[in-house]
Design a protein around this ligand. Sequence first.
Ligand code: MG
Length: 266
Amino acid sequence: MAFASGHSRRTVVGVVALLALAIPTTSAIAATVPVDPGPALSAGKVIIGTSQNLPSLEVTAAWNIGSYAAPQVSAYYTSGQAAIDQSSVTKAALSWTKNWVNRACGSQKPAKVKACKAAAVFDIDETLLSNYEWISTLAVPFSYDSAASNTANSNCTTPPIKATVALFDAFKRLGVTAFLITGRSENSRAVTESCLAKSGITGYSALILDPVGNTQNAGDRKADQRQALIEKGWKIGPSVGDQISDMSHGALGRGFLLPNPMYYLP
Ligand SMILES: [Mg+2]
């Protein structure tokens, strides 16, 4: 169960769970995803997820599942199973976070939670906004197309993921400050801010993007960006994302892993 953290960054990336393309016939229940952090790590952070994610396959670059499995991946979304799994994870995140603010702030009163600088981190793509529709209708479904991605971002054809937006709003009511840490480039700040607002995602404290010219992978960069928040006095409880790299290398209380059977990002 242990995962990530500390000084041995390169050893991390355990394979999370398996890609379960077969569509479950019953509702998923959020469960702890077993992650092997390797022998160099003796302690780490638990991740809660549903196992509907791609394994790393030992690759160090992003990979896309491609068209071979397109019918199964599409069925996962169109059957409603993705929404069920998303809701399962976000419910677990809210439950855990309510207990965490009690521990971290000594109260669940919003004013006290806010004053003690309790924070949550959200990723954007496949976390708050869905890319399923445009990726599934590419000439080669579930491949990567940077031009199509830029168009989708610019046109905001990335609908909000209801369960995660509800979690985001619940955190606001609880007094937990939200930060968005995304793999989108700093160059896309304006279109991203516009789309978030159009999608009803407002009131976050900061939108933290991938700096232009950055060479770090997502896991390393996002951990550094969370650590920078901690050094400013924020207490980070949940980190909510669709990739292990949204919750690797510590600087968080617990990872909540939403399903993404479409692509993997290190
Ligand atoms: Mg994402």
